[in-house]
Design a protein around this ligand. Structure first.
Ligand SMILES: Cc1ncc(COP(=O)(O)O)c(C=O)c1O
Length: 388
């Protein structure tokens, strides 16, 4: 089981904090935005006598509310096509378990959300990465790369749109290309749309909006980032493939039910005013602008402008991202402050890639991002001299 690149340096961060050093956490996608009050109030004011199991597919009232949410974002589904899961994490696991046998292969453009590796290990599935390059801003690799990677054991392709860790927003044209590939080879497309609302350079086009491929598409979703409700542990597995939803239901029944409280929160969240996302999106966008500008102004640093989500990948003038990220926590501070980053190596499936890259999550306020960038600038000066 691989260690999470996002969390494996936590002991070094804890030690730095014990030494009195302030650590800016740009390593993890935990937003600092408050969960909307009406969403929390729905839980606070709910009155029940038993904290009981819900339906294995999730409360029907919540699934019906999700139908309303999806129709607002241009996706038509009914409540029987939705299974409420314990976070998007469980939806990804259900997709692997219900669609692939042990030994089957899944193609994922890399760098990718690192925990896909962990879920693949749990399901006995082999991850076959195809590389998207930082120089192209992490655009979808050409069809030829997919065709080269497809074997008789290939069963699925996973994309995350907009992407974690790259921030890349797939265009409608790229989604149509994926559709061609999955139809030609009869594959599943798992589309992780956790960050759907946070698109800055274009509009989001969901895999569920592709026509004529209903049986091949699985949408994996979550309320974690959308409403800053990561601890609620509520996600969704969505497909119009009837046989597949039946198969996934067996996994849902085996784990009994998703969390009760946060389904109430999720249901209330669908009624947030339409402008709720305008404010959060604007906030993330100005943080992104600040972060990307500061990074690209540093000597030897390159950071493509992310089109969505709240992550950026940057190439740094360093020898080894894992070493550098640990050094930042163990050896470095600037005015008693340092910054925690996620080394990009863990987001690649190909060994040796990402050694000069880090992922930064712009989930802190602009003052903190500025201070974190001051630290990183000083740190790079010192580190470059050290390895020269
Ligand atoms: C792309 C992506 N998918 C899925 C998840 C899992 O989210 P959760 O299990 O909190 O819903 C995350 C969390 O960071 C993510 O970034």
């Amino acid at each position: 089981m691989p260690a999470s690149p996002i969390r494996k340096l936590v002991p070094f961060a804890d030690a730095a904090k014990k030494r009195g050093v302030k650590v800016f956490h740009l390593n993890i996608g935990q937003p600092d935005i408050e969960t909307p009050k009406t969403v929390l109030d729905a839980v606070r004011h709910s009155d029940f006598k038993i904290l009981e199991y819900s339906h294995s597919a999730g409360n029907e009232s919540y699934r019906k509310k999700l139908v309303q949410y999806y129709s607002q974002v241009g996706v038509n589904v009914n409540h029987n096509q939705i299974i409420v899961t314990t976070g998007g994490s469980e939806a990804i696991l259900f997709a692997f378990m219900a669609c692939l046998d042990a030994g089957d292969e899944v193609i994922i453009p890399e760098p990718f959300y690192a925990n896909y590796n962990g879920f693949a290990v749990e399901a006995g599935v082999k991850v076959v990465p195809i590389t998207a390059s930082i120089e192209d801003g992490f655009a979808l690799p050409p069809i030829a790369e997919f065709e080269k990677a497809i074997t008789p054991r290939t069963k699925a392709i996973i994309i995350c749109n907009p992407n974690n860790p790259t921030g890349y927003l797939y265009s409608r044209e790229e989604m149509e290309v994926l559709k061609e590939i999955i139809l030609r080879h009869n594959l599943y497309l798992f589309s992780d749309e956790a960050y759907r609302e946070f698109c800055y350079t274009g509009t989001h086009f969901s895999a569920m909006q592709l026509e004529g491929v209903d049986d091949n598409i699985v949408l994996v979703d979550t309320i974690s980032k959308r409403y800053s409700a990561c601890g609620g542990r509520i996600g969704a597995f969505v497909t119009r493939n009837n046989e597949l939803i039946q198969a996934a239901m067996k996994f849902a029944q085996a784990r009994l039910s998703p969390p009760s409280f946060a389904q109430i929160a999720g249901e209330a969240a669908v009624d947030l005013p339409a402008d709720y996302f305008d404010a959060t999106k604007a906030l993330y966008q100005s943080r992104r602008d600040l972060l990307v500008k500061r990074l690209n102004a540093m000597p030897g640093v390159f950071c493509p402008n992310p089109g969505g989500a709240f992550y950026a990948m940057a190439k740094l003038p360093i020898d080894d991202a894992d070493k550098f990220c640990q050094w930042l926590l163990e050896e470095f501070n600037y005015n008693n402050r340092t910054v925690m980053l996620a080394p990009a190596t863990g987001f690649y499936g190909t060994a040796g890639l990402g050694k000069q890259e880090v992922r930064l999550a712009y989930v802190l306020n602009e003052n903190d991002i500025s201070s974190a960038m001051d630290c990183l600038e000083k740190a790079l000066e010192a580190y470059v001299a050290l390895i020269a």
